[in-house]
Design a protein around this ligand. Structure first.
Ligand code: BGC
Length: 747
């Protein structure tokens, strides 16, 4: 062992991170190496003697869940000043959709279809979190999910791999900044690798069975994109993937992630997912679990202690080599060097001035505005015109709640920064219109109807009733799945009672997932879906309701009519018997004793229409957009070429507004069946009223390929249909042909 005092060459900042990490590794004892692989839980606000001792001995590589700036400072000092080699700690925290300033939940952010705004939000989150010493976030979550029962859909970026990849990479850019070593940058962590969003029945942590082709075409692309975008770290998922829990899945981790994708960053387990290999029934004891996870190159163990307890003996017994462990340590040290932790510590922990807080809140409001999706607007009930209103009712258990609008995973969110809907509306109206407020229900889950009378009376006295309903934060997020995704408690009843007053209803839904809103859709005149919009939710919603800004969000996930339709998503397969309006028969219309073949014999349910309530990509505006002149640079192209696709988009409405232009393709015939539509491009554009702009996309033939039966990525010749428009049900369509390569070009 080299004397570290003589060999502190790793302090040489002119050397690259990997080289510095290797120099440091050369000076480490086995104990210190294994210490780096351990992420310990903080004590939440203080440092126990046991924790301090572990750090001094170099037995900790990272601490999770400590956010007291002075305590973080002290932890770093213990590690840097009192451990033998002075290796700084990774300080990890779930900064999921904001730190003190809370942005909309990730699913709401996805509804913005705005990589630029999402990047800004992540940058602000990094600035706030790094200011108290956090240097690693466990975000973005880029699990594709097509199951709104799953509580973690709130943390996801929706159902589509292309949209998720684009937005996930924007978040990574925001967190990591231009330079990871900048003291305002933090390491991102793409999670949960992989397949977590396919948990059976949407029950959290449940088994995921995903055929390899489906895994590669749908679930893995966002992770591949994250790796290509330079994400520093990845987290292994809790779930069992095709029989092997992700945390021990050597095919996934070694063959795909490390070999195929050449990912050389840090992989951290999920919370105790190493010791859970025993609970899964994959390993008999902690020693086997340590071996299984280490073989899958899970570099750092979050919180459980299998590595610490058993790796030394496993090395001794030659069941795993020290050089294998060295590689794991090296990746952790390299991350620390890349973050500049060896050069910038201790960071100046500083609270932000009010002006900075205000800037952050302004961005939160902008993102919340962009995230709300207008789903219904009968007779142009919205925007509300203040001059035409004498009084309005604001009704609902979520209308004046600073906390519930923040959503799941807001450990460090500052509720004091919230502007709720009632506050937002009152501020907007500035005493010019009388506001009658009645919560109507105690909580979103309540079944008590005592509050109804007051709410009905408020509606009766008013020109319009704004009802702010939905789910409390706690009804979505980790381990908060639901089997029924309707409005909870007696909300539907309250909406029906208010509709009986004849006062028009503008329904605002705050929720962590799509909600089955069909039962009350006819009772409301307008419907704005606001997700959990974060700190500035109320201010953003009131701007939208009163037309200061036109709604522009579009759904990043399909809304089912009924829970039994799940999984329902736009990129479905055609099947051999696709449903159609002509063939669809509702069971109420079937004659008694009708012969079995009297039905349409297509892929439908008997008791609900096969279409979604609202399709992917859908969202209304106060403006009106028309699409025309779809043009292709060519009707044919060859492998390796690109095609330009453009169309004119006109704002023929009454106000300036933003529109999200979407490009879809369909590969008409494939060696495996292909989705009936796939998103391949989108652009959020601003169009003034009366104006027309041309929006164009470039599609390279690589973007037309897919993983086939042989597990390889191929681009197959044939006809492609394309659509360009404002939702996945866009009608403007054309086609082109990808030509068969000339035989001489095939080897
Ligand atoms: C979650 C992760 C999270 C981790 C640390 C786990 O329960 O699955 O997403 O990052 O806890 O809080």
């Amino acid at each position: 062992m080299l004397n570290p005092a003589n060999s502190k060459k790793w302090t040489d900042t002119s050397l690259v991170a990997e080289v510095r990490a290797t120099m440091l590794l050369d000076c480490m004892t086995l104990d210190e190496k294994i210490g780096q692989l351990c992420q310990l839980s903080g004590n939440y606000g203080y440092i126990s003697e046991e924790l301090a001792d572990s750090i001094r001995r170099g037995h900790a590589g990272s601490i999770i869940n400590e956010v007291e700036p002075q305590v973080i400072d002290q932890l770093q000092r213990l590690s840097i000043e009192e451990s033998r080699l002075g290796i700084p700690l990774l300080i990890g925290r779930d900064v999921i959709h904001g730190f003190n300033t809370i942005f909309p939940i990730p699913l709401g952010q996805a509804a913005t279809w705005s990589p630029q705004s999402i990047e800004k939000a992540a940058r602000i989150s990094a600035i706030e979190a790094s200011s108290i010493g956090v240097n690693w976030t466990f975000a973005p979550m880029i699990d594709i999910t097509r199951d709104p029962r799953w509580g973690r859909i709130a943390e996801s970026l929706g159902e589509d791999p292309y949209l998720c990849a684009e937005l996930g990479c924007a978040m990574i850019k925001g967190f990591q900044g231009v330079d990871l070593a900048d003291e305002k940058s933090i390491a991102a962590c793409a999670k949960h690798f992989a397949g977590y969003g396919a948990a059976e029945s949407g029950r959290d942590y449940n088994t995921a069975n995903i055929p390899e082709v489906e895994l590669r075409n749908t679930y893995l692309p966002p992770f591949k994109a994250a790796v290509d975008a330079g994400v520093s770290t990845l987290m292994s998922a809790f779930n069992d993937l095709n029989g092997v829990p992700a945390t021990a899945n050597t095919w996934l981790m070694n063959d795909v992630l490390r070999s195929e994708w050449s990912f050389n960053g840090l992989v951290v387990s999920d919370w105790e997912s190493v010791s859970q290999l025993i609970t899964h029934g994959l390993c008999e004891n902690k020693k086997d679990a340590a071996l299984a996870a280490a073989e899958a190159q899970i570099d750092m163990e979050m919180v459980s202690d299998c590595y610490w307890q058993h790796l030394p003996q496993l090395i001794n017994e030659k069941r795993i080599s020290e050089s294998h462990i060295d590689q794991m340590v090296l990746r952790i040290l390299t991350t620390k060097f890349s973050l500049g932790l060896f050069d910038n510590i201790p960071r100046g922990f500083q609270l932000h001035e009010q002006s900075v807080v205000e800037q952050h809140l302004a961005e939160a409001k902008d993102l919340a505005c962009k995230s709300c999706v207008l789903l219904k607007n009968n007779n142009r009930r919205l925007p509300l015109i203040q001059q035409n209103l004498a009084s309005i009712a604001v009704i609902g258990p979520l209308a004046n709640d600073d906390y519930e609008q923040l959503g799941t995973w807001i450990f460090d969110g500052d509720e004091q920064r919230s502007v709720n809907c009632l506050d937002g509306i009152v501020q907007q109206l500035d005493n010019q219109v009388h506001v009658h407020f009645a919560a109507g229900m105690e909580t979103s889950r309540s079944n008590q109807q005592q509050g109804f009378a007051e709410a009905i009376s408020a509606a009766e006295k008013s020109d319009v009733a704004i009802m702010v309903m939905g789910e409390e934060s706690i009804l979505s997020g980790e381990a908060h799945s639901r089997a029924d995704i309707g409005l909870p408690g007696c909300q539907e009843l309250l909406i029906r009672e208010i509709s009986k007053t004849g006062t028009p209803i503008v329904l605002v839904v705050m929720a962590g997932r799509p909600i089955t809103l069909e039962p009350i859709l006819a009772d409301v005149d307008a419907l704005l879906f606001a997700w959990h919009p974060g700190s500035m939710g109320g201010a953003a919603i009131s701007d939208l309701l009163f037309g200061r800004v036109s709604p522009s969000g579009k759904l990043p996930v399909t809304f089912p009519r009924k829970v039994g339709q799940i999984p329902i998503y736009y990129a479905q397969k055609n099947t051999g018997k696709p449903p159609s309006d002509e063939s669809f028969i509702h069971m109420n219309d079937i004659q008694v004793r009708a012969p079995q073949t009297s039905l349409g014999m297509t892929a439908t349910h008997l008791d609900t229409h096969f279409s979604p309530l609202f399709p992917f990509g859908f969202g209304l505006s106060y403006a009106k957009f028309e699409y025309a002149n779809l043009a292709l640079s060519s009707q044919t192209l060859k492998i390796g070429e690109s095609i330009e696709i453009s169309a004119d988009v006109s704002n023929v409405g009454e106000c300036d507004a933003e529109e999200i232009v979407q490009l879809y393709i369909r590969d008409k015939v494939g060696s495996i069946t292909r989705p009936i539509k796939e998103l391949k491009g989108f652009d959020r554009v601003s169009i003034n009223k009366g104006d027309t702009i041309t929006v164009s996309f470039t599609l390279h033939t690589d973007e037309l390929g897919f993983f086939g039966r042989d597990g390889r990525f191929n681009t197959e010749p044939g006809e492609f249909q394309i659509w360009l428009g404002g939702s996945s049900e866009a009608e403007l369509t054309s086609h082109f042909t990808l030509q068969t390569p000339h035989p001489s070009a095939v080897n």
